[in-house]
Design a protein around this ligand. Structure first.
Ligand SMILES: C[S@@+](CC[C@H](N)C(=O)[O-])C[C@H]1O[C@@H](n2cnc3c(N)ncnc32)[C@H](O)[C@@H]1O
Length: 234
């Protein structure tokens, strides 16, 4: 019997062993997190309800619950939706009688009657002008932001990133909202910064944080709800 020759060098053997170990590790990690995700989706009543009612995602229930509590959507009004994809919030706003939704997201939002949407980064210098153009001189009644960046896992960095989105949304809203209008923004880790809260309290009649029942308990997300815009002073 001929003896099989081993051509691999010691170094190659080491590399092969290391590569396969890395591969197994990544595959294992991916498997357990996607299993967790799948399990959560399968057991989530809001996911089932969203499918049954034709919503594009379970997020639709958060804005429904916000509207039920704060009565933000007015018939024939205009709404700006920041971070709108896949479009659940737009669907709810339009169902509740809003005439026009102007939306922006890094990802495309499939069309809906009454929706004008832009696939672009809200943090781009041009984004506010693009949205203003689509509003055609009409001041919106609501500016709502469900924007969330992909977390990097570093607590302070993630906090700064989300706060940058919230603040950009707020400064945009205070420039364009109609009097008595509403600003809504997703915030994490205990809410908006003290500076932003203080400003919002001067510029809106009521400012509070609200966690809709459909927001996952294990998530630190909550929503800043500022109602009764007093109108821009400067
Ligand atoms: C939780 S999802 C929004 C879900 C949406 N409210 C719905 O009902 O379908 C957050 C969205 O924020 C978007 N986003 C994050 N950063 C953004 C940015 N800088 N500009 C625009 N969209 C952004 C993401 O692409 C993502 O689609």
């Amino acid at each position: 019997m001929t003896k099989k020759r081993d051509f691999s060098t010691k170094r190659n053997k080491k590399r092969t062993a290391r590569n396969s170990a890395e591969h197994v590790k990544t595959a294992k990690g991916r498997k357990s997190s996607s299993t967790r995700w799948l399990k959560r989706q399968l057991n989530d009543k809001y996911v089932h309800e969203a499918q049954r009612l034709g919503y594009r995602g379970r997020a639709a229930f958060k804005i429904k619950e916000i509207d039920e509590r704060f009565k933000i959507f007015k018939p024939d009004s205009t709404v700006v939706d920041l971070g709108a994809a896949p479009g659940g919030w737009c669907q709810v706003a339009l169902q509740r009688g809003v005439k026009k939704v102007v939306a922006i997201d890094l990802l495309p939002v499939e069309s809906l009657g009454g929706l004008v949407s832009f696939e672009m980064d809200f943090m781009d210098d041009d984004a506010p002008d693009v949205l203003l153009g689509a509003l055609e001189g009409v001041r919106p009644n609501v500016v709502m932001s469900d924007m969330a960046h992909n977390t990097v896992g570093h607590k302070n960095t993630d906090h700064l990133k989300i706060m940058a989105l919230v603040e950009a949304g707020y400064y945009f809203a205070r420039d364009i909202l109609e009097e008595k209008g509403t600003f809504i923004a997703k915030v994490f880790q205990g809410g908006a910064s003290n500076d932003l809260l203080a400003l919002a309290k001067r510029e809106f009649e009521t400012v509070r944080h609200f966690k809709p029942p459909s927001s996952r308990k294990e998530s630190s997300e909550t929503y800043l709800i500022a109602t009764g815009f007093r109108g821009k002073k400067d």
